[in-house]
Design a binder for this molecule. Sequence first.
Ligand SMILES: [Zn+2]
Ligand SMILES: [Zn+2]
Length: 430
Amino acid sequence: MASNKKGMNLREDLTCAICCDLFRDPVMLGCMHHFCKRCISTYWRNIQGPVTCPQCRQEFPTRQFQTNYLVAGLVDKVRASSSDGYVKNVEKQLKESLEYHHSKREDYINMIRKDKEQVDTLKKMSVELQERIQADFQALHSFLQEEEASVLEQLRREQEEWERELQRHLEDLNGALQEVEQNVGTLQQAVDTKDATVLVEFQDCNSRSTVQVTKGPDFNSQVFSSKYASPTQYTTWRKMFQVLKPGPAQVTFDEDTAHPSLLLSRDKTTVVELPEMQPYRLHPKRFVQCVNVLGAQSFASGRHYWEVAVGGKPKWDLGVALETVDRQTRVKLCPENGYWTLRLREGDQYSAGTQPWTRLRLAVRPRRIGVLLDCEERRVAFYDADDMTLLHSFSDGPRGKALPFVSTCVTEPGQRPQPLRFIHLPVEYL
Ligand SMILES: [Zn+2]
Ligand SMILES: [Zn+2]
């Protein structure tokens, strides 16, 4: 707007007061006023003697004016700026600028919408997570409160029982004491008075078995105290695994699925690759191409979690496989082929088994991998089991029966085969 106004003023300043148009061959009088050369000449033509400036009426003895090239140049510029080509060009530039600003406005509106959506998502997600965390902790709190109440109740009952028994025995003893004291009195009296009748009455007193009290309760304070002074927290902690959701799954290997080069421990929790193939039973479930083995437990619903100890083994694949995977041929481990896996190569190159691989940059080398299979949300997630850092999560998890999967991979020449092991969290103590 400001520049527009400035343009208007300039045009006014460059307008001849006689013809009211832009100057043509502008000339300047001694009073510094400008006119078209022709206009001022015509204006003065019929005047006799001294002439005046049409604007300020200053008198000039002679008809003199100066050509002003500077003003002439400005007039040319202003005239050119109102030409058709110039106007069109300016219009084009304005249109382009308008379009640019329109698109910028659109961009900013979209960005604002996106930001607002993100804020909404964040808020909604936080509320959900808050509820989940609260529910998780509530379950643990309730469990602990119930456990505490139950242990205290047991202690109270046991204390009462002992007290009752000891009290009963005490009463028996008091009764017996009273009886004995009575006898003592009577006997003493008889002795003192030499009363023969009393002696007859107390003939049996000499047997010393008149008053009998049963043996008292065998309260052993050490046994009692050690029962409750045992590491209660430890016992409770082990029991807490019962309320974990999902609780740690007790997975083992299915020997019938193991490649003939794999050796399983007797408890089927550990697998190691052998340098030579072992004699094996033909089985349709067995992997014959790759050094793979499946878990003996299959899952089709619910949420399940287990851990695999990988130690310092430099090469492995592990995760979840569909029950229907092909055991006879060599296939790429990816969801399309029924595998949801995490893989390690060269000791530090971690990838998620996607198509193509998704390289993972891990800050530390996990010694234990936690595998979460959520059949309801069709999610397979991998964690560093030491601090539960999420390593990778598949959102297109298995549909149908799925099993734990482990591949030892073929050991590089000159390297010692190292085992992989399913960790059994302390559920076995329960
Ligand atoms: Zn003029
Ligand atoms: Zn003048």
